[in-house]
Design a protein around this ligand. Structure first.
Ligand code: FE
Ligand code: FE
Ligand code: ZN
Length: 168
């Protein structure tokens, strides 16, 4: 039975569903990042995306750890939101064009990914605290901090890339 057909009866259930959604989102990101790295031109952008690919793999391990603590399965949920966000990034990459302008578009797409994740992780971190799952809350906080750092790094790179794009 697909999870979305189950009525939401309590916070534990919603918590688990949202964790599975994030697990699927991270899996999608792992698939999408190599294409973005390849399409990026600016070396700082390539490096930042590569670094975040490594970080994302750690985040998946952290979620695996959480599902083990909970004694639950990680699969069962598709993150449709992340599918759409990644699709928009794919469209920019397919369009191609002037280097800095394409890079600016990749940054724009990558920051949408980070913000979507930040919303999800902030929510489940708070649920974990409410449910008395301190260890899980701190694992989720670590990931939330990493997503914020990735977003800030992209903002920093955008400062020069956007100016180059404007000059093109
Ligand atoms: Fe992530
Ligand atoms: Fe989602
Ligand atoms: Zn991320």
């Amino acid at each position: 039975m697909a999870l979305f057909t189950m009525k939401l009866e309590n916070l534990e259930q919603l918590f688990l569903q949202e964790l599975r959604d994030l697990y699927d989102a991270e899996d999608q990101i792992t698939d999408a990042l190599p294409k973005m790295i390849e399409a990026a031109h600016h070396p700082d952008l390539k490096d930042a995306l590569q670094e975040h690919l490594d970080v994302t793999r750690t985040q998946i391990q952290r979620l695996d750890q959480i599902f083990t603590i909970l004694g639950e399965d990680a699969s069962g949920q598709t993150c449709k939101g992340m599918k759409g966000v990644i699709k928009e990034g794919d469209e920019i990459i397919s369009q191609g064009g002037e280097n800095a302008t394409v890079d600016a578009g990749i940054i724009s797409a990558a920051q949408r990914v980070e913000h979507y994740e930040m919303a999800g992780y902030g929510t489940v971190r708070t649920y974990a605290e409410l449910l008395g799952q301190q260890q899980i809350a701190s694992l989720l906080q670590q990931t939330l901090d990493e997503e914020k750092q990735a977003d800030e790094k992209l903002t920093e790179i955008a400062r020069s890339v956007n100016i180059e794009a404007k000059a093109a």
